[in-house]
Design a protein around this ligand. Structure first.
Ligand SMILES: Cc1ncc(COP(=O)(O)O)c(C=O)c1O
Length: 385
């Protein structure tokens, strides 16, 4: 058994990150300064989008995207139940109704056939999620959206650097949302970004994060103006220069981080193919996942234990396993408000009973990876039916 606890995700912060933050602390601009646009331009270039607009979190970025898509009371936004609640909550923030559609059995991403069944005259937006870092079926989803004039907001909070049909996610959907929480591929502490090719959307997103004001502080300082106008209701969702400086340094290591995550995933998958009772995550031929998570599914039919027992046994081995996700419609808030009882999304609900996220972060050593593989092998052989 491991002597120390191995978390499921963890940031890597290096001396250059710390120095970049210290430099900003000694500068004139702690927020709304030059590091914000530098981080945004670097990220837009990396993901192949014309614009990137930073936010104080991925959740704020989702809220701004829902606003920008025009979601309002009476509208519906369709998403997947296998996600973090922030995805569907962004529709609620706008007074709209989230509608769930079941997932594909292999990737656990929004199933386009199920999505089509849930579309109605009220649907205004679709929110696919790149679960675990595997891109959603974007072409099929965009096709359905284009046929009806709907807006696609891709929740790529798991998928910075993932590729779909050879293109980076970020330049494909109408708006693509990223998160820089410490367990993600790069971090700013808290933080998020929306990538988009639409100049009009970019303008609305910028205003929304800055109280609905038509110009930003640095613009006014540079042009020597004091006058500004609040033209719509917005929020303070700004990401400060301190965080952006960290993001700029972290982004320089994104490719190395992705390469390490892909290496770990490949070692895991090779090992787990040999262990009865484990189904490793599958990869579509048109996808190159970013591996935010490595979620295995248990073949409960081959085990004399349920997921909770396997989970506890792995934690007892000091392996920081987790579960992503309790299907969103099964949370008490959603049950109480929308009357869900369970049974509505059979593929998602069956997957939930089997899912365990194993440790996956770019700072893991080979030794850490071996510890996880050994612990999984040990626990599952103990529980073999
Ligand atoms: C799929 C998904 N969407 C949205 C978010 C929200 O991002 P943040 O924590 O940056 O607000 C998360 C956070 O983990 C997430 O996993």
């Amino acid at each position: 058994m491991r002597s120390t606890y191995l978390p499921y995700g963890r940031q890597s912060v290096e001396e250059c990150d710390i120095q970049a933050v210290v430099d900003v602390l000694r500068s004139d601009w702690l927020t709304s300064g030059p590091k914000v646009s530098e981080f945004e331009e670097s990220l837009a270039a990396r993901v192949g989008a014309k614009h990137a607009i930073s936010f104080s979190s991925g959740t704020a970025a989702l809220h701004a995207s829902a606003f920008t898509a025009g979601l309002k009371p009476g509208d519906e936004a369709i998403t997947t139940p296998i996600t973090f609640a922030a995805t569907s909550n962004c529709a609620l923030y706008q007074g709209a109704t989230p509608v769930f559609a079941d997932v594909s059995r292999d990737t656990l991403n929004l199933d386009p056939a199920e999505l089509a069944k849930k579309m109605s005259s009220k649907t205004r937006a679709i929110l696919p999620v790149d679960y675990a870092g595997h891109p959603a079926e974007l072409d099929a989803i965009l096709q359905l959206a284009r046929n009806r004039g709907l807006i696609v907001i891709e929740d790529a909070c798991h998928a910075l650097g993932a590729e779909y049909k050879g293109r980076s996610v970020g330049g494909i959907a109408d708006m693509t949302v990223f998160s820089f929480h410490p367990v993600k591929h790069i971090t700013t502490g808290e933080g998020g970004m929306v990538a988009t090719d639409h100049s009009e959307f970019a303008e609305r997103l910028r205003r929304f994060r800055n109280h609905g004001i038509s110009s930003e502080a640095r613009q006014r300082q540079n042009t020597g103006q004091w006058h500004y106008e609040m033209v719509m209701l917005g929020y303070n969702y700004r990401l400060p220069d301190i965080a952006c400086a960290l993001g700029i340094e972290q982004l320089k290591r994104l490719d190395a981080n992705l390469a390490r995550r892909r290496e770990i995933a490949s070692r895991y998958t090779t090992a787990f193919r040999q262990i009865p009772g484990v189904i490793p995550p599958s990869i579509r031929t048109d996808a190159n996942p970013a591996w935010h998570l490595y979620p295995i599914r248990l073949e409960l039919e081959k085990l004399a234990a349920d997921r909770a027992q396997v989970f506890r046994a792995l934690r007892a081995e000091n392996i920081g396993v987790n579960v992503h996700y309790i299907p969103v419609h099964l949370h008490p808030y959603y049950r109480d408000r929308f009357g869900y009882r369970g049974g509505e999304y059979p593929v998602a609900e069956d997957a939930y009973l089997r899912l365990i996220s194993l440790p996956m972060f770019h700072g893991m050593t080979d030794h850490d990876v071996d510890d996880v593989i050994m612990a999984v092998g040990k626990v599952l052989s103990c529980y073999a039916a």
